[in-house]
Design a binder for this molecule. Structure first.
Ligand code: SAM
Length: 274
């Protein structure tokens, strides 16, 4: 049986048995692979790095969306998703009826088109929602020329390699700040600290330059090997950490997120406290 070998981390490969290969092509930005596996169900890999799997995507997409959405509650009307071409994060945001629109900016139209077809189980057709506006360009450039203001900005970005590099530049966060409304939160995928501690440190170093409130919280996504994943939040109006005890919207159906998980996710281990 064929295998997929992820070599994202030096000296550490993740090998996954493939049941059948569905897509293996190069777009103008990256190598796109979609395959069904024994362990993780259907998987999307870009430039050889796992992006999303049917098995555990909800532990990631729910935690990227619900803490901030529940803190903002009905104030979250205009949402921006950076990256997110598989539609998993958009699916979580669309669970809130009060939102007016989602702008989703993915550099690669092919990822979106393939995800519409191959990842319906994960995105529940979020990518064809009437509330969703799709833009195909480098999000770094998109936010530069964008005059909108957003109540929630979610950077569902890949690792800082290839096209993803521009979403980790120091002034990326300054540009994000410039398109946030007066009651707004931004959340950034920030790597797995056990293996990418430098990434988390860099994100916090940059975020603290532009935001009054900021912090990290954690989730566990087994296919992003190396232990728990860090998500960084930032805002000039909300201290998400303080609002943690806020109302949990009972009629939002989730498989991972709940009140206990929410509170526990803000606990920071000593090696990351500094
Ligand atoms: N959940 C994944 C993770 O944590 O690594 C990310 C998933 S999502 C599929 C990543 C998306 O970012 C991809 O569809 C890729 O095309 C897109 N992307 C990469 N660089 C980008 C850029 N500069 N601007 C906009 N989208 C970008």
């Amino acid at each position: 049986m064929k295998t997929f070998k992820e070599k994202l981390h030096i000296g550490l490969n993740q090998e996954i048995k493939i049941k059948n290969r569905l897509i293996n092509k190069k777009s103008s930005f990256q190598k796109i692979e979609i395959f069904d596996t024994l362990t993780y169900g259907r998987v999307l890999a870009l430039d050889g790095v796992i992006q999303v799997t049917e098995k555990d995507e909800y532990a990631y997409s729910e935690m990227l969306v619900h803490p901030a959405m529940q803190a903002l509650s009905k104030k979250a009307k205009k949402i921006l998703i950076i990256g997110g071409g598989d539609g998993a994060v958009a699916e979580e945001v669309l669970k809130y009826n009060d939102i007016r629109s989602i702008d989703l900016v993915d550099i690669d139209k092919e990822v979106v088109d393939l995800s519409k077809k191959y990842f319906k189980k994960i995105n529940k057709n979020s990518l064809i929602s009437k509330k969703l506006n799709l833009f195909y360009e480098d999000a770094f450039k998109f936010i530069d020329k964008n005059q909108n203001s957003y109540d929630l900005i979610i950077a569902d970005r890949p690792d800082p390699i290839g096209a993803g590099k521009s979403l980790y530049k120091s002034n990326f966060y300054k540009k994000i700040k410039n398109i946030m409304s007066e009651s707004s939160i931004a959340v950034f995928q920030s790597g797995v600290p056990f293996l990418q501690e430098k990434e988390l440190k860099e994100v916090i170093k940059d975020v603290k330059k532009y935001f009054k409130y900021y912090g990290s919280y954690f989730t566990v996504v087994p296919s992003y090997i190396g232990g728990f994943m860090a998500l960084v939040w930032a805002s000039n109006n909300y201290d998400l950490f303080k609002k943690k005890k806020f109302f949990i919207n009972k009629n939002i159906k989730t498989k991972y997120f709940n009140k206990e998980i929410l509170n526990a996710s803000f606990a920071v281990p000593n090696f990351l406290k500094k």
